[in-house]
Design a protein around this ligand. Sequence first.
Ligand code: G3P
Ligand code: CA
Length: 287
Amino acid sequence: EDSPRVFPPYARPTLIAHRGDSGRAPEHTIPAYRLALEAGADFVEPDLQITKDGVLVCLHDTTLERTTDVESVFPGRSRTIKGREAWPVADFTLEEIRRLDAGSWKGPQFKGLRVPTFQEMIDLVRGHAGIIPETKAPEAYEGLGLDMAGLLMDALRKNGLDVPGADPKTPVVVQSFSIGSIKALRERHGCKLPILALLDEPGQVTGEAIAGLKGLVDGIAPSKNLVLKRPGLVDDAHRLGLSVTVWTFRAGAAGSSQQVREEMARFLGDLKVDAVFTDNPDQFPRR
Ligand code: G3P
Ligand code: CA
């Protein structure tokens, strides 16, 4: 009953599987991406990091210890970051990262899963859903001489996915918290793909602030809280021709699937947002 109103880059309601189906499988693993496709995700999200040898891999954190067994495989290779022992992705080659178990942290049944490259993710998802890569912490890599926006565009070009409409079955939308990265994509690398600005501060969703994004991005991607705290945000964005994509919808520790389903329905219905990032794509309220 919800007639799609088209804002760039997609019609609502759009389902984005956040880090894959990260509710039912370890985030950013092949099974998580596969489950997302089975759940009918319109887009699958890879967060991007860069290995020491310059390869894009799918991982949320800039360091490896939360989601892999790097601590026991490479005990002597940590650094102290913000007073904590950490193993930065950028300190390890792809070959080294491939030795890590990226599944066991979520449960013994996932033992042996690997950190996928962006190329593997593309190969799996292509033809079945869209891809919505996030340039994650690009500034951290800039200091190391690694240009994440450039690597992303190279990878998309190599796959023939770097222009809008190149593969109707696999639309590509880029997202970033970093305005610097978005400008690098547009200005340095000539990116014509739709881009979303990820927003997490109240100062970023004033009328003036979002009007300032018009022309640079195609949509805004605020957190749920920002949408709730700033009445009129969705209408204001829509008036500017910007889509609104909201993050992150997830079943709580108690695992209430009904709750997350109702929450998504409320944002897509009453609040009229265009798309949701969710850890639970199987709970998406179907159109
Ligand atoms: O990219 C949307 C959402 O994923 C932003 O938060 O930290 O999960 O990447 P994060
Ligand atoms: Ca993300």
